[in-house]
Design a protein around this ligand. Structure first.
Ligand code: CTP
Ligand code: ZN
Length: 155
């Protein structure tokens, strides 16, 4: 991290730093994590800072909170180059790179109301990832194509 970025937000003691978020997606990350501002967690958001690897990026720092596997999977969909750093005692204890899966199971619903995956049948939602950025996923059952906005809308 460059000194310039370092100056934006101080280091945290315990919690999670989601770094290298696709610029403009920080608020969607907050939405995925259910962080509305009404809880007690201290949350810092940095938007549109220069990044050595991805042009510009957003960063979200959440004190006193770690992420569930489902939350990580959802973040991967809207920000496939994000890095999730678990901070303990001021140190990066774990670093996990998100990765866009080829197939998405169970975390996204089809927007087609008459799709079999929205009926009472016990079927797991399945989408094929056709393009990473901009996101384009196709329902395995009805072939409906969905984009990032469709996905964010249901988180
Ligand atoms: N960080 C933090 N508080 C800490 C430790 C780290 O807020 N106590 C933040 C850093 O500011 C950075 C991210 O967590 O945004 C990852 O930290 P680090 O691995 O030290 O930085 P880099 O080596 O630049 O990470 P990468 O290689 O993933 O780009
Ligand atoms: Zn469908």
């Amino acid at each position: 991290m460059t000194l310039e970025e370092e100056l934006h937000v101080k280091k945290i003691r315990e919690g999670t730093v989601i770094d290298h978020i696709t610029a403009g997606s920080a608020l969607s990350v907050l939405k995925i994590l259910g962080l509305t501002g009404s809880g007690d967690n201290v949350v810092s958001i940095v938007m549109n800072v220069p990044s050595q690897t991805i042009g510009t990026k957003d960063i979200v720092k959440i004190e006193g909170r770690e992420l569930s596997p489902d939350e990580v999977d959802r973040i991967s969909l809207i920000s496939p180059k994000a890095t999730i750093n678990i901070i303990r005692s001021y140190k990066v204890a774990e670093k996990q790179k998100t990765k866009m899966p080829n197939v998405i199971r169970g975390i996204v619903k089809c927007v087609n109301h008459s799709c079999i995956s929205n009926s009472n049948e016990p079927v797991t939602q399945i989408f094929i990832v056709e393009n990473e950025e901009p996101l384009r996923i196709r329902c395995h059952y009805c072939n409906r194509v969905m984009n990032k906005e469709d996905v964010i809308g249901q988180f």
